[in-house]
Design a binder for this molecule. Sequence first.
Ligand code: PAF
Length: 282
Amino acid sequence: MRIFHEPESLKKHLSSVKTDQKSIGFVPTMGALHEGHLSLIDAAKNTTDKVVASIYINPTQFDNQSDLDAYPRVAEQDLEMLKNRGCDIVFLPTDTIMYPKPSQLNISFGSLENTLEGKERPGHFNGVGLIVSKLFHLILPDHAFFGQKDYQQFLIIDQLCQELFFPLRLHCMPIVREANGLAMSSRNGRLSKLAFKEAGLIYDSLLRAKAALLDGIHIPMIKEEIKNFYAGQKNFDLAYFEFRNKYNLQAVDEQMEPKDMIICIAVYCENVRLIDNLIINS
Ligand code: PAF
């Protein structure tokens, strides 16, 4: 596995890969890797000739300094995991490389941004759009792989690719879950053992809401039941629980068919923000 810290040497190496007519699959990450990330590496390996991963904790997508400070930094362990999974190339840049000076660019995603995660974390998707654009320009992948857990991020990057004509194919890969149903996330390591165990209730609540929807229960009633459920959980603080149009994350109405919906949730547990979702017909 080749490791690059500088864009110039990375680009030189990748251009030799491209002249050999090899396709490039890209998996951007912020490190603290888990099976969810590794499933993206597997998907990239199954689809392309050479797999590039990046590890970079992007400061511009954090709306809160303590969240950025608390983000786990375990590069040695990450590199070992990537190597064992057969990743070919890793890009591991510094802040000075990615942001030689503070960025003045502001990428707005309109209605897709002003809801759910974007509404609760101002500037977050601008930061994601910036860093993903920079990485796509440096790596010029043929395919890029993202996890469904960050579904809004996936739609944002899809919009970015369409509007800026990035010539690549995006893949949204299924959520990988712990045995208790908790969606894998780099943040899960910040939970106590007890909270980790209890956090299986997040996925349970999504499944319960889906079953109720398919049973014909009205959405406001389902939301009320879920809200009451979380109000009774002392370790969990519900940020949102929403049924949305899965193509644009706008509010649903009673006429919309369940197959066009996604249920999205964000919960705080021990001050850790956990998100999850369930696409109704997947
Ligand atoms: O999903 C993530 O880990 C990050 O948002 C990403 C796409 C690597 C950009 O920093």
